[in-house]
Design a protein around this ligand. Sequence first.
Ligand code: FAD
Length: 406
Amino acid sequence: MATATARKPSAPKQLPPPNSDFYHWAETLSTNELAVLKKVRAFMESKVAPIINKYWVEDAFPFELLPAFKELSLAGVGIEGYGCFGGSQLLVGLIAMEMARVDASIATFFGVHSGLAMGSIAVAGSEEQKQKWLPPMARMEKIGCFGLTEPLVGSGAGGGLTTTAKHEGDTWILNGQKRWIGNAPWCDISIIWARDVADNQVKGFIVENKTTPGFSVEKMQNKIALKVVQNGQITMKDCRVPEANRLAAGAQSFRDTARVLRGTRYLVGWETTGVQMGAYENAVKYAQERLQFGKPIGSFQLIQDQLAKMLGNITACQCMVARTAQLADEGKLTDQQAALSKAFTTAKSRETLSWARELLGGNGILVDYNVARFFADAEALYSYEGTYQMQHLIVGKAVTGFSAFV
Ligand SMILES: Cc1cc2nc3c(=O)[nH]c(=O)nc-3n(C[C@H](O)[C@H](O)[C@H](O)COP(=O)(O)OP(=O)(O)OC[C@H]3O[C@@H](n4cnc5c(N)ncnc54)[C@H](O)[C@@H]3O)c2cc1C
């Protein structure tokens, strides 16, 4: 008679940890780049992740994070000299992606300050202006914003800014309104783009907004995305700005504004890739833990299909933004290439985020489960820094030779 052998209780199955770097492209980074990213990841996971949902729900900025943010000393990444962090465009992108993997608002706050505001001065400022403004901004003692969009002028900013600049002696007088300006309700320095009434060209101005009479900001309320970033509507009534604060070296027309935007559209591609990574990792964890019909939902074929589709989008976006970084570091990235990457990655992000939200069922619409916030924030990334349609018009003009801008 056969004797039944006692079966040893099997050890609990070790599940693979959620990992959005499926093609191991972190292995291609230098030791220095990896060290920086490790620092950013530690900051985002230990300081930002535990508190960000509360601030997002409350529509408030976490000022309590600023001291630790300053200690990271990252402001001015990609800008050489003037106390800035420096480094390659790849590093600029990687930091944005790493921040957005935990929270897109924090990545945006930093992108507006370091990329748009400091970037405008670095790209279009004179030597004196760089020496004066960049060091305190690199130390994050002064925080900046970037004022281009207006209440009645969004996509058409290239041709139709209504904010005016009038030259009188050694002063410029600014009049008009700006809308959607990130960081504006509390920051120190506003880069304002306005049309010179004399030659009809767009020029950039550094405005010390807290001390310039006639400059006021109203916080925008009731947003459903990037709620942690404080956006403002700026009103300028006869604001007097010295000639020394006009971005003198390279802001003679909207072409120069577009040079700044090229860099930041590039950045949005990285941010939106990070958003997908964060949501995907949370979705994998949920699929491994959530039981239905007595089994983890991650063991169902249709759920695995959804996860594979998300990972495909993420990996495609990572490869695309990595190539834009190579072009940027070689000084070859064109507006059209930045536009294609911004449009493609933000569109894929909406797709990835809707699958992640769906995978969590009802919990996908609860902020507490760390997917809903990404889902909502992806909408803002899709539209800001130029909408999907605007990016495709830029690409369409490049590939056909015909401008379809109206
Ligand atoms: C969260 C957030 C933060 C932002 N931060 C800043 C900031 O810090 N600084 C700043 O200056 N701006 C900022 N913006 C503004 C942003 O860049 C604009 O919202 C964006 O450029 C679109 O402009 P709009 O909202 O006025 O839309 P509109 O230009 O009114 O467009 C509405 C719709 O029409 C489409 N459309 C317009 N023209 C055409 C056309 N010719 N052909 C086909 N379709 C067209 C657009 O694609 C869009 O779908 C921010 C926006 C958001 C949402």
